[in-house]
Design a protein around this ligand. Structure first.
Ligand code: HEM
Length: 567
């Protein structure tokens, strides 16, 4: 009796009623009744309270393997209930193509930040929408014209040569190396020279790097590592809350600003680093462009003394050897023809004016993120696969030898090496750095018999598609012959079943650049070395955070190749 009286007394208190009401609302919210109702016709895994499909992703070590497992159970189209939004997932080549061609928008993840930080997230080509996206894409495009790519091939070759120097030294000393890390140094150097026209000295074999790597490069590398390696959903307690309760976003934002934890501070520091470097270079270059328009073409600020003047906006003008002879003085400042230079000369079609400094810095941020680790990872995976498939490696080495072990490739030469391209494509199939391609439906569409509403989040499970035996013959095998026309393997390749770069108007704009860089690097390495995996590297452990990467690097022994037999 006393207990009942006590309970009655408690219920009479408005605070307790409020608390119970709040707990009931959170409980109901965690059941996600609206999501379940909207997607009731779709198959899919049972959703945990509040976390939705989150525990499944954790169980499989990341989204790529979780999607693969679910596609095998629920078929080519299924729904994942979860945070911040439910998602329709497919790994079916035709349906994925339809998704990517019909939905040209990426959904916006809830942001933890305000003001300028928010602008930083929204104002780049990856996040932009509609006319703004078209305008940015048009401004990016000249970077990937053949003339630009031809000029970049010189810089890519030089970066590969510095890597060769490092590897030769390691081979001589009998030291094994983390080839993933060294490839990252190389791709960062290429980003530095092509995006800015600035030599960052990331590579140990760089004989001009007497004072060690450039401080900007170190900051950028650390920043890129942070921005890429963190899980966007869990890097801070506030992001976890934001993703679980997007409904309370304004409150979570306020709390994160008032009480930033280590994750928030790390993320802000990384963004700040990229913005600082990019904005400083932009400001320097604005001054140079102002002088440039007032007078005859001049050198950019701090450019190599005595270097010839470079015509404005001409990518061909990008200096070989990063504006210096090897061992000579170093070019500083933004080079004409570099990505930054091209962007700063471009007009924003939505305003008719040039892009703001922050907008330019934002694009450079994307260029660093998109261009640094994706290509390094693709190359590391190719190295792993070639080391574990000696017959394929021998065939590749034969093609490389026929090309010439001392020959420096031009952009045009790369078309003459079909097996090299096939090896890279097959690596990108087995280990697509971007395992999942995300879009948002902009119109009603029908997907495999299911109706999809506008606003619905969509995901192409590229990793799962690439390894699905329903579409690929012997999907786990490394068979570059799949991309060699006229072979039985090529005849069995599913149409639209290879999507490491996406499809449609949001497909990877850097595809040609990435393949060019990867081909040059792999060719130059194969001219000089083979690689043996150190014990414990096989089977390869992969990290599935934002992108797929070898977990803990890839440790190899560098074996110099013997003399080329006389023809
Ligand atoms: C092996 C290397 C790379 C891979 C696997 C890769 C993959 C991808 C994928 C899957 C997408 C999304 C496509 C879609 O939604 O349909 C993408 C977008 C993008 N990538 Fe790459 N990428 C690579 C290298 C690069 C490089 C080197 C750059 C820049 C030089 C770059 C710049 C971009 C940009 C700007 C976008 C967004 C395009 C837009 O929304 O219009 N990527 N990439």
């Amino acid at each position: 009796m006393e207990l009942i009286e006590l309970a009655r007394g408690l219920m009479a208190s408005w605070q307790i009623r409020l608390l119970i009401g709040f707990a009931a609302a959170v409980y109901l919210y965690g059941l996600r009744p609206m999501q379940r109702w909207k997607l009731r016709h779709f198959p899919g895994p049972a959703a945990a309270w509040l976390l939705g499909s989150g525990p499944l992703v954790k169980k499989h070590g990341g989204i790529a393997l979780a999607h693969q497992a679910m596609c095998r159970v629920y078929g080519p189209v299924w729904a994942s209930i979860g945070s911040p939004e439910p998602m329709i997932v497919t790994d079916h080549p035709e349906l994925a193509r339809k998704m990517m061609l019909l939905s040209s928008m990426r959904p916006a993840f809830p942001s933890l930040f305000f003001g300028r930080e928010r602008e930083f997230e929204a104002g780049n080509i990856v996040a932009a929408r509609g006319e703004k996206h078209k305008s940015l894409r048009a401004a990016w495009q000249p970077m990937f014209f053949s003339g630009s790519l031809e000029a970049f091939s010189v810089l890519m070759n030089e970066a590969a040569e510095l890597l060769i120097d490092t590897l030769s030294a390691a081979a001589k000393a009998g030291r094994s190396v983390d080839i993933h890390r060294l490839l990252g140094d190389m791709t960062m150097a290429v980003v530095g020279t092509t995006a800015f026209g600035v030599d960052f000295h990331t590579q140990a074999g760089d004989d001009t790097a007497s004072a060690g790597p450039d401080a900007d490069a170190e900051r950028l590398r650390d920043a890129a590592n942070t921005l890429f390696r963190v899980n966007p959903m869990t890097f801070s307690v506030w992001t976890a809350l934001l993703f679980l309760f997007p409904i309370a976003a304004p409150l979570v934002r306020l709390l994160a600003a008032a009480l930033p934890d280590k994750g928030v501070r790390r993320m802000l520091g990384a963004r700040q680093a990229v913005q600082d470097v990019a904005l400083r270079l932009v400001a320097d270059h604005r001054r140079f462009l102002a002088q440039d328009s007032a007078a005859a073409p001049k050198e950019p600020p701090n450019a190599t003394p005595g270097a010839p003047p470079l015509p404005p906006g001409d990518a061909h003008a990008l200096p070989a050897n990063n504006g210096r002879a090897r061992g000579g003085p170093v070019r500083r400042g933004v080079a004409p023809g570099s990505f930054l230079d091209l962007l700063m000369r471009a007009a924003d079609r939505t305003t008719g004016r040039g892009f703001t400094d922050l907008e330019v810095a934002n694009q450079v941020n994307v260029m660093i993120l998109a261009g640094f680790e994706t290509t390094a990872n693709a190359l590391a995976f190719a190295t792993y696969l070639l080391s574990t498939n000696p017959t394929k490696r021998e065939r590749l080495l034969a093609e490389v030898d026929a090309f010439g072990r001392k020959r420096v490739p031009t952009l045009h030469d790369l078309d003459k090496l079909p097996y090299l391209e096939a090896c890279l494509k097959e690596s990108l199939r087995l280990f697509p750095p971007a395992t999942t391609i995300i879009r948002m439906a902009t119109r009603h569409m029908e997907l495999g018999g299911f109706r999809v509403e506008p606003g619905q989040w969509l995901a192409v499970a590229a990793y799962s598609m690439h390894r699905n035996p329903a579409y690929w013959q012997d999907p786990e095998a490394y068979l570059p012959e799949r991309y060699m026309p006229g072979t039985p393997e090529a005849a069995a390749v599913p149409e639209h079943g290879w999507v490491p770069f996406g499809e449609g108007t949001r497909a990877c704009i850097g595809l040609r650049f990435a393949l060019e860089e990867a081909k040059i690097a792999l060719l130059r390495l194969c001219q000089r070395f083979t690689f043996e995996l150190e014990p414990g590297q096989e089977p390869l452990q992969v990290r599935q955070s934002n992108i797929l990467a070898p977990e803990g690097g890839l440790c190899v022994r560098v074996v110099p190749r013997g003399l080329q037999p006389e023809a």
